[in-house]
Design a protein around this ligand. Structure first.
Ligand SMILES: NC(=O)c1ccc[n+]([C@@H]2O[C@H](COP(=O)([O-])OP(=O)(O)OC[C@H]3O[C@@H](n4cnc5c(N)ncnc54)[C@H](O)[C@@H]3O)[C@@H](O)[C@H]2O)c1
Length: 318
């Protein structure tokens, strides 16, 4: 199959591209504009393995402005991961970029898919669409996002449904729950904590550290995402992609202390606006439709992220 992956130089997009290329029947057209949410050097590093792969091609296209029609010629499946992620920076002036990269880019891509023989359009959304919920959340709960980021991603979901109903674009929506592991974005909590501990700096925690998240290891996330390719029953559906383990921020820090062999210095700050206290995925839909079964324990996944960050920052553990 010829697969288009938007956001291919990003954290998840680069892993997904590598995973799908393991099947010799697939070739991938990656799109990435290398937006400025973090250093382009890190995105280029994400592409290291892919860039010389004979069945991978990366195009520096901006989904929000460039002509997408030629790129979609001959494409069988679209994975749409490009976007502006992150809750905290979605307040204030940067909201313009969230609108541009999450809403406008999605609408332009869907528009360009109209009338083309696309077998699936897989849109990657987020647990942030749920807002504050208690217990496990299932896909049929009414979304109630707390942040501008969540609102733009939910708008992307609604656009997908509109194009599915009126133009029969065969969409499937995946809602990721906090993904972590090698290449995690530098603005995400585990990356920040590990970097701070490696440099003997205090760990900055928003709130009391008792907030909990359903943490999804990158390989589990990518396995579930790739499985949608062969799932015709997923068309028109929304699926939660959660992880094997849920934990509080303080629990994560104590695992990191064990892995790094030192105590963290904790610095508590105000609670971040727009973030729910807890997230927890009901993954039964993905289990039923995809056989999705996240299996990486948190400690193992954190160890692999730590090893990757040691390489990124050219550091060694004592
Ligand atoms: N990482 C997570 O924990 C997580 C959780 C929930 C949802 N998501 C969603 O998953 C997707 C991927 O997230 P990520 O963590 O890999 O982020 P990322 O920032 O590493 O990757 C996104 C990529 O999209 C590219 N991009 C953005 N706008 C573009 C445009 N207009 N044209 C071309 N390229 C563009 C960026 O340059 C970037 O490389 C996002 O849609 C995000 O909302 C991620």
């Amino acid at each position: 199959m010829r697969i288009l992956i938007t956001g291919a130089a990003g954290f998840v997009g680069s892993h997904l591209s590598e995973y799908l290329l393991r099947d010799a029947n697939h070739s991938i057209v990656g799109i990435d504009k290398l937006t400025n949410n973090y250093e382009p050097e890190i995105k280029n590093r994400n592409l290291n393995y892919l860039i010389n792969h004979p069945r991978f091609q990366c195009l520096p296209v901006d989904l929000a402005t460039d002509d997408l029609n030629p790129i979609l010629q001959g494409i069988d499946v679209v994975y749409h991961l490009a976007g502006m992620p992150g809750v905290r920076s979605s307040w204030g002036n940067e909201f313009t970029e969230y609108v541009q990269y999450n809403i406008l880019a999605t609408q332009r891509l869907l528009e360009a898919c109209k009338g083309k023989p696309i077998k699936k359009f897989i849109y990657v959304s987020t647990s942030s669409v749920y807002g504050e919920m208690s217990g496990k959340v299932s896909e049929d709960l009414k979304p109630d996002p707390l942040s501008p980021y969540g609102i733009t991603k939910l708008t992307g979901e609604y656009l997908c449904h509109a194009y599915y109903k009126s133009w029969q674009i065969p969409i499937a929506i995946l809602r990721y729950f906090t993904v972590y592991g090698p290449r995690q974005r530098p603005d995400m909590a585990f990356h920040i904590f590990i970097k701070q501990m490696l440099h003997n700096q205090p760990i900055t925690i928003n709130g009391d550290g008792k907030q909990s998240r359903d943490f999804t290891y990158i390989e589990d996330c990518v396995e579930g995402t790739a499985a949608v390719l062969d799932c015709d029953a997923c068309i028109g559906k929304t699926l939660n992609i959660g992880g094997k383990e849920k934990a509080t921020i303080l629990e994560v820090i104590s695992i990191l202390e064990e892995l790094l062999g030192k105590k963290a210095i904790l610095q508590f700050g105000p609670t971040a606006k727009g973030e729910p206290k807890h997230t927890w995925a009901d993954i039964s839909t993905a289990q039923g439709l995809l056989g999705y079964n996240p299996s990486t324990p948190l400690k193992e996944g954190l160890k692999r992220e730590l090893d990757d960050l040691l390489k990124l920052y050219n550091l060694k553990l004592p």
